[in-house]
Ligand binder design. Structure first.
Ligand code: CA
Length: 87
């Protein structure tokens, strides 16, 4: 139970940051409206993305493993080894 509480709290923080900062900062997010440039492969651009099959609450999900090539803005790489959704 405490794990899901932490996940919800992290999601709330991420949502707050996303709404406080428009996407037109200097982050390279304008290449496509479909895939997030912080990850190899195609991670959706959404208010939050979680690993498919995990305990995340979405609204978008992605199946790993995925390599983090920028900032892990969706906190998909929980163990910090550079590969997201690998466990
Ligand atoms: Ca990892």
């Amino acid at each position: 139970m405490s794990g899901s509480v932490v996940a919800v709290a992290l999601g709330a923080v991420a949502t707050g940051l996303a709404s406080a900062h428009p996407m037109s900062l200097d982050a390279p997010l304008r290449q496509s409206s479909d895939c997030d440039s912080n990850y190899s492969g195609c991670v959706p651009v959404a208010s939050d993305v979680d690993c498919a099959g995990g305990s995340g609450n979405g609204p978008e999900y992605v199946a790993g493993p995925i390599t983090v090539i920028g900032d892990d803005i969706y906190e998909l790489d929980r163990d910090g080894d550079g590969t997201a959704c690998d466990s």
